[in-house]
Design a protein around this ligand. Structure first.
Ligand code: G3P
Ligand code: MG
Length: 254
C-alpha cells in the first residue's frame, strides 16, 4: 500500500501568494498561479452556521474591516466583510472565500493544495473534518492534495474518510515532539510539516529514513533557508514564492 503519486513542488505559496495579495483569498491563489507557483497552502475552518471557509484566524479583525468570531458568524454576515482593504486599496471588495469557491478555482487553475485543517481554540475538529473531507475528496484528485493539521484528532478523522493510497496526510509540528514517529504512524502520514527554525538536522535525517517527505513552513528569507535544501527538504511553504524562485534560479546559474 503506497501513498498517492504526488510530485511535490519546491515552493508552496503560504495562504496563497500572501506577500502580494490578501491571504487565503481567491485573489491570493490567482496571484500565486500568475507567479508560476503550482501549489498553495490554505487554511479551512467553519463559520457558526457550518459553512466551510478559507480563513486562518479565529476572528475576522486582522484580515477584514469587521470584527467577531467565525464561530458566531453566518455566511451572509461573512459576505458583508471586506477582506481585501486591510492589505491594500487595490484589493477593496475582496470577499472571504468559501471552500466551495476555492475548490472550483483550484480545479480551474489545475493547482495543488496543502489544505490545513485549522482547529482554532474551542472549535470542534470532528465537525470540521466531517464537512470538509467529503467536499475535498469529491473535488480534487489525490495527486493535487495534501491534508495537514496540527490537530491529531482532526487527522485521525481524516483517515476514516480515505485510505493511505487515496489521501496524503501531513502532520504539522512546531517543535518536533518526542513521539513524532507515533503521531505520524497513527495517521499513516505522507509528510511532516515542520516549523523550519526549530527542525534539527538529526530529526530531519530520521524522518527521511522513515520515508516521510519534509515540508518546512514558513521561510521567507531564501538565503537564511539555503542550507536546508541540502538536508533533503522537499518543499518550502513560503509567503514569498517569487523571491525564493529568483534566488534558486540565480544559485543554479552561479
Ligand atoms: O501549514 C503551514 C502553516 O500554515 C502552519 O501555520 O499558523 O501559518 O497556519 P499557520
Ligand atoms: Mg496554515
Amino acid at each position: 500500500m503506497t501513498h498517492p503519486t504526488i510530485k511535490l513542488p519546491t515552493l508552496i505559496a503560504h495562504r496563497g501568494y500572501s506577500a502580494a495579495a490578501p491571504e487565503n483569498t481567491l485573489t491570493a491563489v490567482r496571484a500565486a498561479h500568475q507567479a508560476g507557483t503550482t501549489w498553495v497552502e490554505l487554511d479551512v475552518q467553519l463559520l457558526g452556521d457550518g459553512t466551510p471557509v478559507i480563513w486562518h484566524d479565529s476572528d475576522v479583525s486582522r484580515c477584514s474591516d469587521g470584527s467577531g468570531l467565525l464561530a458566531t458568524m453566518t455566511w451572509p454576515q461573512a459576505q458583508q466583510l471586506d477582506a481585501g482593504s486591510w492589505f491594500g486599496d487595490a484589493f477593496a471588495g475582496e470577499k472571504m472565500a468559501s471552500l466551495e469557491a476555492m475548490l472550483a478555482l483550484l480545479n480551474e487553475l489545475k493547482m495543488g493544495v496543502n489544505l490545513e485543517i485549522k482547529v482554532n481554540k474551542g472549535r470542534d475538529p470532528i465537525a470540521l473534518v466531517d464537512t470538509v473531507l467529503p467536499m475535498v475528496l469529491n473535488s480534487l484528485p489525490a495527486e493535487r492534495l495534501i491534508i495537514s493539521s496540527f490537530d491529531a484528532d482532526a487527522l485521525s478523522r481524516c483517515r476514516h474518510f480515505a485510505a493511505k493510497e487515496t489521501l496524503a496526510i501531513g502532520v504539522l509540528f512546531g517543535s518536533t515532539p518526542k513521539n513524532w514517529r507515533a503521531q505520524c504512524e497513527a495517521v499513516e502520514a505522507f509528510s511532516i510539516h515542520s516549523h523550519w527554525p526549530r527542525l534539527k538536522r538529526t530529526q530531519a535525517d530520521a524522518m527521511k529514513r522513515d520515508g516521510y517527505q519534509i515540508l518546512c513552513y514558513t521561510p521567507n528569507d531564501p538565503s537564511a533557508f539555503e542550507s536546508r535544501w541540502t538536508w533533503g527538504i522537499a518543499s518550502a511553504i513560503t509567503d514569498e514564492p517569487v523571491a525564493f524562485q529568483r534566488f534558486l534560479d540565480n544559485r543554479r546559474q552561479r
